[in-house]
Design a protein around this ligand. Structure first.
Ligand code: B12
Length: 344
């Protein structure tokens, strides 16, 4: 048996054991198991990516498939955060490289993915400051001006936040700081990073570290010429509240809430708002597949949604009617959502 095969087996067994501990939210078992892998000589980066990150992604699949409830997912994610911190504390690589600031965009609560990036970069010898979830641009910019890091790494998990990511990248570049981006929000192949004119995207933490090993990434500091924002996006943004009201009213009419209905009006409103925001992001990057992909996800994750596919259909029709006379461009995005629902 080769060393590579042996390591693959060790990592697979580690993942399975970690999942067992996470299913029980057993913090001690999870810590023992993961730190045990380090003691057995598995490199910290392998543990972080092949064991911890993979387990976290599996948590997502279980949640989406309604095999784990929200509380179980939250409990397991909390343990994962502790595990990552413990792994980070055990890595004692000397700082031989520059300083990288890692941050989530404003409104972004998915702090685990960039935390993994932060720990991998630290393990590769970078000095890393992790700013965590939800960092407003207005606070990030003065921080960068004060600390003058070598790079800032911005994480975006939800594609609906791409317009905000665009603003954040531009604001960071204005400070002269090179920007790296990553996270599922930029699309699996980073296509929406490219749509925003950012070529320093990496698919995962190891690739992010590799990117910083290559010469040339510092060009990501150059302020890009401002890109025109589609009038259809501006119109959508301006009319957001009115569009959400109209869609919620149509839903109430079409599906009058029963007396024992567990749906919370605020949750339905929030999900309608989400659809409008994903539509906005889709228009912003000019790729209807973004909206189509989100609609597809909503239909595939009924357990995570208050709004069933029939409700999403109603929202799409209300938006299509309301936006008919607006600057063109939105309807083909809504069409993509319609087509996705038609195939279900
Ligand atoms: C845990 C979790 C949460 C937790 C986050 C807790 C925390 N402290 O992080 C909580 C409960 C807060 C949450 C909330 C929500 N979530 Co959530 N969440 C997840 C879950 C299960 C895991 C995320 C994670 O940590 N993944 C593991 C990491 C390792 O994976 P990763 O993203 O691939 O990360 C790698 C790369 O992306 C890259 N990378 C990441 N950042 C960066 C940055 C840079 C600079 C670089 C170079 C690289 C890079 O490197 C990472 C490591 O290799 C995912 C499911 C999943 N499979 O990921 C859903 C998921 C992301 N969530 C989802 C949703 C919808 C939501 C909510 C909108 C739900 C709701 N209605 O409330 C909210 C939104 C909250 C918000 N405003 O941000 C959906 C997104 C669907 C979509 N199409 O957009 C997902 C995919 C779930 C699913 N399968 O349906 N969530």
């Amino acid at each position: 048996m080769t060393d590579t095969v042996r390591m693959t087996d060790v990592l697979a067994a580690g993942r399975a054991e970690l999942m067992t501990a996470l299913a029980e939210a057993d913090e001690h078992a999870a810590l023992d198991q993961v730190l045990g892998l380090l003691d057995a000589g598995v490199p910290a980066e392998g543990v972080l990516l092949e064991v911890v990150a993979a387990a976290q992604a599996e948590i997502g699949r279980l949640w989406q498939a309604d095999r784990w409830g929200v509380a179980q997912e939250h409990a397991a994610t909390a343990v994962v955060e502790h595990v990552i911190a413990a792994l980070g504390a055990r890595v004692t690589t000397a700082t031989t490289r520059g300083h990288v600031v890692v941050a989530c965009l404003e409104g972004e609560r998915h702090a685990v993915p960039p935390r993994i990036v932060a720990e991998v970069l630290r393990g590769r010898g970078w000095q890393v400051t992790f700013l965590g979830a939800g960092v407003p641009i207005a606070h990030l910019v003065p921080y960068l001006r004060e600390k003058v890091p070598d790079a800032v790494a911005l994480s975006c998990t939800l594609a609906r936040d791409l317009p905000r990511a665009d603003q954040a990248v531009a604001a960071c570049r204005d400070t002269g700081t090179p920007v790296l981006v990553g996270g599922r929000g930029f699309g699996e192949d980073g296509r929406w990073a490219r749509a925003l004119g950012v070529d320093t995207w990496a698919p995962d933490a190891a690739a992010a570290a590799d990117l910083l090993d290559r010469p040339g990434w510092r060009r990501a500091a150059r302020p890009a010429p401002p890109r025109p924002v589609a009038p259809a996006y501006t119109a959508l943004l301006t009319r957001r509240a009115e569009l959400v009201d109209a869609a919620v009213a149509a839903l109430d009419e079409r599906f009058p809430p029963a007396r024992d209905d567990e749906r919370q009006p605020d949750e339905v409103r929030e999900e309608v708002g989400e659809l409008v925001d994903f539509l906005g992001a889709s228009v912003y990057v000019d790729d209807p597949e973004l909206f189509g992909g989100f609609v597809s996800w909503t239909a595939a994750a009924p357990a995570a949604r208050r709004l069933p596919p029939a409700g999403t259909r109603v929202v799409i029709e209300v938006l299509a009617r309301a936006l008919r006379a607006d600057p063109p461009g939105v309807l083909r995005h809504l069409d993509c959502g319609r087509q996705v629902l038609a195939t279900r």
